[in-house]
Design a protein around this ligand. Sequence first.
Ligand code: SAH
Ligand code: TYD
Ligand code: ZN
Length: 414
Amino acid sequence: MTDGNNKAGTFPCRICGGTVREWFDFGPQPISNAFTSADDPAALVRYDLVVGLCDGCTMVQQREECAREEMFRPDYPYRASGSALMCKYFEEVAEHLVSTELTGPDPFLVEIGSNDGVMLRTVRSAGIRHLGVDPSRDAAEVAAAEGVRVRVDFFEESTAASIRADEGAADVIFSANTISHISYIDSILRGVATLLAPRGVFVFEDRYLGDIVERSCFDQLYDEHFYLFAARSVQAMLARFGLELVDVEHRDVHGGTVRYTVALAGARTPTPAVATMLERERRQGLAEFATYEAFATRIDTIRDELVALLTRLHDEGKRVVGYGATSKSATVTNYCGIGPELVPFVCDSTAAKQGRLAPGSGIPVRPQEVFSDPYPAYALLFAWNHADEIMTKEHTFAERGGRWIQYVPTVHIS
Ligand code: SAH
Ligand code: TYD
Ligand code: ZN
């Protein structure tokens, strides 16, 4: 097995045209949400997951991109409402936007990547004019069944122009865990600048690079996380499109997230939180290549320790079951070479994933109820970002002597 670090290659930056230096090569990886049956051609699609740091604008980004139609198919299985914590979180996000930004006459909110309506259902209940845009038809149907308005489409510049023509400017454009997925981000940002009302805000949130590096969460790297955002790279990117970063807020969800608030350049005064985060990133060395070389070494240590642990447990005849068929787990299983011989199945509450095989690894996905029937000796917690919720729900497992295995920030058993 070759190590992913020691990469000397470069490629051009998608944002500024500068030179991106590669710092990790995970090798051929599957589409992380392509939960398949054994004979499905999607099971065969692979691309090289290579990640680098731009010398110019400091954006961390991938070299290769997957076709958007392959990643976000009509039957895309991810459901944002699969976590009680995230349901509550997005309800609060919506209530906050409604009470702060949507108080004028006939306000209008557009969400990019509305999925199953986890955020918009609260906006709808408040009687606010809204539109979700999401290409994932099955998820959009779940939202529509709750009375949420969704356009089944990819948001891009042309979509923004047609929404503006049909429904007017947006007071808020919101997006969670979607903007970083979109390689053609220039089209998105031109669309945002077109659609936004003069005093409107674009509020988006994504996994935070600072946390990924600090907590060694290498599993946050997979096809959909094309960019890994930080305040500095986001600020530089926005400036190229007449937009300005006016606020940042760190949240703990999904292993560390930052919410960026963006206005048309000059429309609002940035809060002190922006400068504070930029200074913290400078101290953390997020613009320094050496930071990523050190991270690369930690990734391979985690891989080696995790494989050694699972192999030892297998040899001792201990049963290990996966918990949470996350997108993130695609990188862990495929980079570490973990298949059904080490982890015979993974439990997940998402109906659209059950009965299918996890991408690349071929690990079968079974319903959550199977976990206790009977309990395994160990559970490998792929959904570590939902650890509190899952460990509370499954408290009987630990009470009966079951142990949880986690691998970030280091391999550990609890
Ligand atoms: N906002 C939800 C869902 C995130 S999953 C949450 O935070 O949990 C990402 C979603 O983005 C998917 O539903 C996917 O279909 C959608 N998506 C991907 N590209 C998109 C685009 N160009 N425009 C709108 N939605 C997009
Ligand atoms: P998540 O970590 O939210 O996202 P990603 O796919 O981006 O890595 O995925 C959590 C997965 O775990 C999702 O498939 C639902 C599943 N899950 C359970 O099976 N049980 C639970 O109690 C929770 C909270 C999640
Ligand atoms: Zn750049």
